[in-house]
Design a protein around this ligand. Structure first.
Ligand code: M6R
Length: 370
């Protein structure tokens, strides 16, 4: 069943181009850059048009997809968007009501924290849309509408292909909201066309992973790895760190790069591996230069810099002890390509340490208790 792979995780990493393509299928016309999502959602368009805000609730990796959703919803649909850990949401007094669109993201559809948050939101009169990978599971059944991710069954405890398809579903939803609410037409069409190319982009990243594997094996003796990112790169940094914690039982932390001098830079000491997710030099405006300065700052303190940057970004080269290249894509799509090397990195490093990547210690695939 592992199709010749050593683990389900490796198989699921390899399946990502297809999972992404399947999740796009029938929902987006890549040539025209238009969406065909409306009828499938089955929500009254007025709910989307009149929504006052979007609240994304999710746990773990799904929460990281939600952080990307926020950027896309705010940018394309011009709607305020909050992202909340499902386990926190219901224990405060969240301001949700009939004009709130709650998006519950869950691979399994059975996560207790997310389910309880869904119930809580519906009690307040919110419309709940589930983004889910498991047909007929509890969260979609208890939601007003569902957008299924078509990743296929995910067996490995660490989420990989489900994450990429959650990103796709969240981006599709944000584009749809942008269309319904009269968002920036040219940008929406360009992003939709680029999203249509995502399966090939992910495949091209997968084809260049041997140096990343080698790097991971070389770092298997380490005890800490830090991840830095900004904007859409920040959730990627969090996800890279979570993968490493789950699989390698490492101390791994993701930070927003702008926070570096507010504390985390004190952790940097000679030889510490720091993985930096760099935004596009062209599309991200001033952010690129700021991250390059961060890389210089940590390198001056002896960090071993592992820089994940877009093809053609030459400005990072002098400061990178290791360079990982990803294809150039619009900024909000970067997590789709940037997350993949970090999955491969964590999987390889954990394997080199002799860990079982499909069944990491202490973890369950589906967390059905609080
Ligand atoms: O099934 P769900 O998407 O609701 O699960 C949420 C988290 O438990 C899950 O993403 C977890 O963090 C993964 N093991 C991450 O790899």
């Amino acid at each position: 069943e592992k199709d010749g792979h050593d683990s389900f995780m490796l198989k699921e990493i390899a399946e990502q181009p297809k999972a992404v393509a399947d999740t796009l299928l029938g929902r987006l016309d890549p040539a025209l850059g238009t969406l065909t999502l409306g009828p499938e959602l089955g929500l009254d368009p007025a709910v989307l048009r009149d929504a006052e805000k979007v609240v994304v609730i999710a746990c773990g990796t799904a929460h990281h997809a939600g952080l990307v959703a926020r950027l896309a919803v705010e940018r394309w649909a011009k709607l305020p968007c909050e992202v909340e850990l499902a386990s926190e949401f219901r224990y405060r007094d969240p301001i949700v009501g009939p004009r709130t669109l709650v998006v519950a993201v869950s691979q399994s559809g059975e996560t207790a924290d997310t389910l309880m948050a869904v119930r809580h939101a519906r009690e307040q009169g919110a419309t709940v849309l589930a983004v889910c990978n498991t047909n007929g599971s509890t969260i979609p059944r208890e939601s007003d509408a569902v957008l299924y991710t078509h990743a296929g069954p995910e067996v490995a405890v660490a989420s990989t292909k489900a994450f990429l398809t959650q990103l796709v579903a969240c981006l599709l939803l944000a584009l749809h909201l942008g269309e319904v609410r009269g968002g920036p037409g040219d940008e929406l069409r360009a992003a939709a066309r680029a999203l249509g190319r995502a399966p090939e982009d992910v495949a091209s990243v997968l084809a260049t992973m041997e140096p990343v594997r080698e790097l991971a094996r070389g770092l298997a003796h380490q005890e800490t790895v830090l991840f830095l990112g900004r904007h859409a790169g920040y959730p990627v940094a969090l996800e890279g760190a979570l993968k490493l914690k789950e699989l390698a039982y490492f101390h791994a932390e993701g930070f927003a790069a702008g926070e570096l001098k507010h504390g985390p830079i004190a952790l940097v000491e000679p030889g510490l591996p720091v993985i930096v997710v760099v935004p596009s030099p062209v599309a991200s405006g001033v952010l690129h230069g700021k991250i390059v300065s961060n890389i210089q700052e940590i390198r001056a303190r002896g960090a071993h810099t592992i820089v994940l940057a877009e093809e053609g970004d030459e400005a990072v080269v002098p400061y990178a002890d290791h360079l990982i290249r990803v294809p150039a894509v619009p900024p909000l799509l970067q997590p789709l390509v940037a997350a993949v090397p970090l999955q491969v990195f964590a999987c390889e490093l954990a394997t080199a340490r002799g860990n079982d990547v499909d069944q990491p210690r202490n973890l369950a695939k589906s967390v059905t208790v609080e």
